[in-house]
Write a new protein. Structure first.
Length: 445
């Protein structure tokens, strides 16, 4: 069961003072002027770290102060668990009224099945011209609408490195190719520290990260016109390299997903990491002794001839079509981008979710953050990588939008391919044939 909690309306003195100096740009909405009395809207998100929940409390309290007839209820899901929870909700009709932080390809899949409300009027209420160029392209649907927008950008497959361990190993520059990466991991894997926390479990992280490896080898899962193309030289090279990297990963990597991979680097168990900018706040809070020694770069690729490929899941905000409180939900969805509250939400995990609005990135309140000020180069690298990022629903600028991407990730077919070839030693031709057929079946289903 999904954990439910109605968040407190209390606002700390610090956030209250912030409110006195910030501009509320979205106090009026172009939807219904007021909701009916005693309206309740349910907000689902898999992002429920304490600092983020505190930011959500602030946003909810401020919204409810403007709209006392509306109560907002926040409910946490999980990165791995949101799909069955939403499937049950859609089936029963007991849906949340607003959902945030799901990957864009999931929203596209839901929209293609008639489960998501068009989001164009919310984007216009926020200010379409304020979004970074192309930020909403991934949410454009086949019928010309937008199915949602990004609550932020993310660079989910950055390579995190320990500069102190690099120096001890005599490594002067961050690796940019797989050969350099393999050599660096070998040199730094010493004294009980492993090289990398790559995931090998049957889960979404393995699928999503390995798609990046396919592209970093010059391959693709689909052709631009969405023909299945996973059986290619790039995928084969990626499988071989992923197998070679297993010796540099902790034994538990066989079951790693996002949390385990993040913890491995933050705790100091690995010399490198693969994650978003959440690494920075977690290092500050959980292992400050290495805080002066962490940095990030775009993940290495097979050769310098292949362009970097950054996985941006475009953490989203959308409204289920079955919601009975659409106007109130749209009002709240637009209000999530009010500068004061939006900046506090971004600051809850600085570098993890990056702003999608130009005005926010330029806002002095956003820049006034210890993580952003301590790691300006890393934040800039992540912002640039995320802005040019892709995912399975948006493999490249040449690719059509793939509204089956969420189903493919949910099936674990790509993670299973990794396990079969890398962990079990299955025949690569047979494994790729099964993966191709399975993906083809999903596309035709």
């Amino acid at each position: 069961m999904t954990k439910r909690s109605i968040l407190s309306n209390s606002i700390s003195r610090r956030t209250a003072l912030m409110g006195m100096t910030a501009t509320t740009a979205l106090a009026a909405m172009p939807f219904s002027a007021r909701a009916q009395a005693n309206t309740t809207i349910r907000w689902w998100s898999p992002q429920g770290a304490p600092a983020q929940v505190a930011a959500y409390e602030f946003q909810i309290a401020k919204f409810q102060a403007l709209h006392p007839e509306i109560t907002v209820v926040f409910e946490t899901t999980s990165d791995e668990g949101y799909a069955p929870q939403l499937a049950a909700a859609f089936s029963s009709g007991e849906v949340p009224d607003i959902v945030t932080h799901l990957p864009s390809f999931a929203v596209q899949s839901y929209y293609a099945n008639g489960l998501v409300e068009p989001f164009d009027d919310v984007i216009n209420a926020i200010g379409a011209d304020d979004f970074y160029s192309g930020a909403n392209d991934v949410f454009r649907t086949a019928d010309g609408n937008y199915c949602g927008t990004g609550i932020g950008n993310s660079a989910a497959n950055m390579m995190w490195l320990r500069k102190d361990l690099m120096e001890q190993a005599g490594i002067e520059n961050a690796p940019t190719t797989w050969d350099e990466m393999r050599a660096a991991m070998s040199a730094m894997q010493t004294g009980g520290i492993y090289g990398a926390p790559l995931p090998y479990g049957s889960n979404s992280m393995t699928s999503l990260i390995f798609i990046g490896f396919i592209h970093q080898a010059g391959g693709q899962v689909f052709t631009p016109d969405l023909q299945v193309a996973i059986d290619n030289e790039g995928t084969r090279n990626a499988l071989e390299f992923y197998r070679e990297m297993r010796e540099f990963c902790p034994p538990g990597a066989t079951n790693y997903s996002w949390g385990e991979s993040l913890t491995a680097f933050v705790s100091g168990a690995t010399a490198s990491g693969i994650y978003t900018g959440r690494v920075l706040a977690n290092v500050r809070d959980q292992n400050p002794g290495i805080a002066d020694h962490v940095t990030c770069v775009t993940y290495p690729r097979i050769s310098a001839d292949v362009a970097p490929w950054t996985f941006n899941d475009f953490p989203s905000v959308f409204i289920p079509a079955q919601s009975q409180q659409k106007d109130a939900a749209k009002m709240f969805a637009a209000f999530l981008f009010d500068p004061e509250g939006y900046i506090q939400q971004l600051h809850a995990a600085p570098g993890h979710v990056l702003p999608v609005l130009k005005s926010i990135n330029e806002n002095p309140m956003y820049q006034d953050n210890d993580i952003i000020q301590k790691y300006p180069e890393e934040v800039d690298v992540m912002a640039a990588a995320a802005a040019g990022g892709f995912n399975l629903g948006y493999e490249s600028t040449a690719h059509a939008s793939n509204d089956k991407a969420g189903e493919i990730i949910g099936s674990n077919v790509i993670a299973d391919l990794v396990q079969k070839v890398v962990l079990n030693g299955d025949n690569v031709d047979e494994a790729l044939s099964v993966a191709s057929s399975t993906i083809e079946g999903i596309m035709q289903g």
